[in-house]
Ligand binder design. Structure first.
Ligand code: MF3
Ligand code: CO
Ligand code: CO
Length: 253
């Protein structure tokens, strides 16, 4: 389907439950992140916790993706594949991106975590990425334009000396993990699709400390910064409403 679906009633209730499950699993993992664990440990925790909540990890097998969760560490922008030989060490930053399918609907959320003592630069890019997601969410309402979201995010990122990844954006979500519309995290106010109440989208800016350019590793999945700089990301799934939006993946992050 190329048009964006509008959700109401019991579908919204099911989207809330899927979103809460994804957010709950992210919080569960967050409580277990400690130096010395591996990203494969995170994959196992997401698998177990998602099942405990009655859900299924949406990412597993998606276009052949080999894991239940994306774990993107330091210079990895997104789509990092958990591995038993990849340890999480003091000074690292790591994004954990959880997508859960529950009762036919998907919820998608991520956060970037600081492991032990990290550099000021690492703290900065993580802080900017969180603020970029939140300022994007703050402009969402019925009648806003897609470019309003992108412009708010891009201005904040660039004012803070960071850059916005262009090749990936947020997306519509509901009965599928990924659907229309595409949600760019850069752009021009007053342009693009007009948001309508009942649309469900993700906002998930990928923010680089250095240049915006990216590269794909030979595994075909892992996206890294071209200049090797740190990258951070936060993501929520939100329901567009008349007055603003409802965050469907509520968490402390
Ligand atoms: N959760 C990711 C997103 O925010 C989707 C990753 S697709 C995968 O859209 F196949 F890499 F898992
Ligand atoms: Co997403
Ligand atoms: Co995600």
């Amino acid at each position: 389907m190329s048009t964006t679906p509008l959700f109401k009633g019991s579908d919204v209730e099911r989207l809330r439950r899927a979103g809460e499950a994804a957010a709950g699993t992210l919080a569960y993992v967050a409580g277990k992140l400690t130096p010395g664990i591996t990203t494969a440990d995170i994959d196992g925790w997401v698998r177990e916790d998602t099942e405990r909540r009655g859900g299924r990890p949406s990412q597993l097998g998606y276009h052949g993706f080999p894991a239940t969760v994306c774990t993107s560490r330091n210079n990895v922008v997104c789509h990092g594949i958990p591995r038993p030989d990849e340890q999480v060490l003091p000074g690292d930053i790591i994004n954990v991106d959880v997508t859960t399918c529950l009762d036919g609907f998907h919820g998608d959320t991520s956060a970037t975590f600081l492991i032990g003592e990290v550099s000021d630069e690492a703290r900065h890019v993580v802080d900017v990425a969180r603020r970029c997601r939140d300022i994007g969410i703050s402009v969402v309402r019925h009648g806003a334009r897609m470019g309003d979201i992108g412009a708010a995010i891009q201005e904040l990122a660039e004012r803070e000396g960071c850059s916005v990844v262009r090749e990936f954006g947020g997306h519509g979500i509901g009965r599928s993990m990924h659907g229309p519309p595409h949600v760019p995290h850069f752009g021009t106010r007053g342009t693009g699709l007009t948001l309508r109440s009942g649309m469900v989208i993700t906002i998930e800016p990928m923010i680089n400390l250095g240049r915006e350019d990216i590269r794909t590793l030979p595994d075909g999945w892992t996206i890294v910064t071209a200049d090797g700089s740190l990258s951070a990301q936060f993501e929520h799934t939100v329901l567009v409403t008349r007055e603003g939006c409802e965050i469907l993946t509520p968490s402390p992050f």
